[in-house]
Design a protein around this ligand. Structure first.
Ligand code: G3H
Ligand code: 13P
Ligand code: ZN
Length: 325
């Protein structure tokens, strides 16, 4: 059977255009939560509907193959339908996180994504421009938004791995945006992916807001994206370590710095690791306290409940997106 082509509007999804315009004017950031499975998606939609927050639900290449691309399309459609049936009209965008090729971006666009990231940040500048431009030309025919990246974040991303970060060079951003036609730009200002962002036991170095400001000056009013923005919630790290895990030294970005970023031209903040920690902490706790239980609805239900709490907190107290849908 041939794969069905579908446009995102048929799934009830929105692109990022209006979300970012409003976030820029309102000085808040749209949350972009990664998901791989049903419980994560249910939690994201429930929490964003309950806080009346616009939301970007995003999947990496690895998440897409884990969930299966066809299943994913129906999950996204189901997410929109679930929100509407619960009386919520929040805009929902389905985004590819860290796309590493034109073919992957095209495949996502053809299967209903309303936004894609083409991550050419590890390529030489001109190659990044050319690849990003090619994705934009294809995506814009269908109204699909495109995020590009300049500067490299440390840490392991799905197919893209970098041992050391390189900050974004502000002198490149204007040329990049002009030449590629991207709708948003991810920059590197000191965050990194995963749960070990900074050295434990040492003061967390502040994000390079000076670089962010330099970028803003060169592309005024242009939406900027912050990756690697989990706070690495210590309550979860402690629960994990209490109940058999080994996550010593896991440290993230302090919430205060994320608040500051959200009030700037940063219009999209990416969060994956905190969700993973919440799920792992609650599942570990559940198994430790009730070793006889073997019904996944019980322990995954607890994890889902915790995720809803975490996401509501982020929307309300960190990103400022609550009430903005
Ligand atoms: O930036 C990377 C995201 O956290 C996705 O991670 O590739 O393991 O799904 P993943
Ligand atoms: P964290 O690992 O900090 O959650 O970052 C996620 C991310 O940037 C996804 O693209
Ligand atoms: Zn990322």
């Amino acid at each position: 059977m041939e794969k069905q082509r579908v446009h995102y509007a048929e799934l009830g999804l929105a692109n990022t255009k209006e979300m970012f315009t409003k976030a820029m004017a309102g000085k808040y950031a749209i949350p972009a939560y990664n998901f791989n499975n049903l419980e994560q998606l249910q939690a994201i939609i429930t929490a964003c509907a309950e806080t009346n927050s616009p939301v970007i639900i995003q999947v990496s290449k690895g998440a897409r193959s884990y969930a299966n691309e066809t299943m994913l399309r129906f999950m996204a459609m189901g997410a929109v339908q679930m929100a509407r049936e619960n009386g919520s009209n929040i805009p929902i965008c389905l985004h590819l996180d860290h796309g590493d090729s034109f073919e992957l971006c095209k495949s996502c666009i053809d299967s209903g994504f309303s936004s894609v990231m083409i991550d050419g940040s590890h390529l030489p500048y001109e190659e990044n421009v050319a690849l990003t431009r090619k994705v934009v030309e294809y995506a814009h025919q269908f109204g699909v938004s495109v995020e590009g990246e300049l500067g490299v974040l440390a840490g392991i991303e799905d197919e893209v791995s970098a041992e050391h970060s390189t900050y974004t060079k502000p002198e490149e951003v204007e040329d990049f945006v002009k030449k590629t036609g991207v709708d948003s730009l991810a920059i590197s200002i000191g965050t990194s992916h995963g749960a070990y962002k900074f050295k434990a036991g040492q003061p967390v170095p502040p994000l390079r807001f000076d670089i962010l400001e330099e970028c803003e000056k060169r592309i005024p009013g242009f939406p900027i994206v912050l990756h690697g923005a989990s706070s690495v919630v210590q309550e979860y790290v402690e629960l994990i370590n209490t109940y058999g895990g080994k996550m010593e030294g896991a440290v993230g970005v302090p919430e205060e710095q994320l608040r500051q970023a959200a009030a700037s031209a940063v219009c999209k903040i990416n969060i994956d690791s905190d969700g993973r920690l919440a799920v792992t902490a609650k599942v570990r706790e559940y198994f430790a306290k009730d070793p006889k239980e073997f019904d996944p609805r019980k322990y995954l239900g607890e994890a889902r409940k915790e995720l809803v709490k975490l996401i509501k907190h982020k929307n309300e107290a960190v990103l400022g997106s609550a009430g903005k849908a």
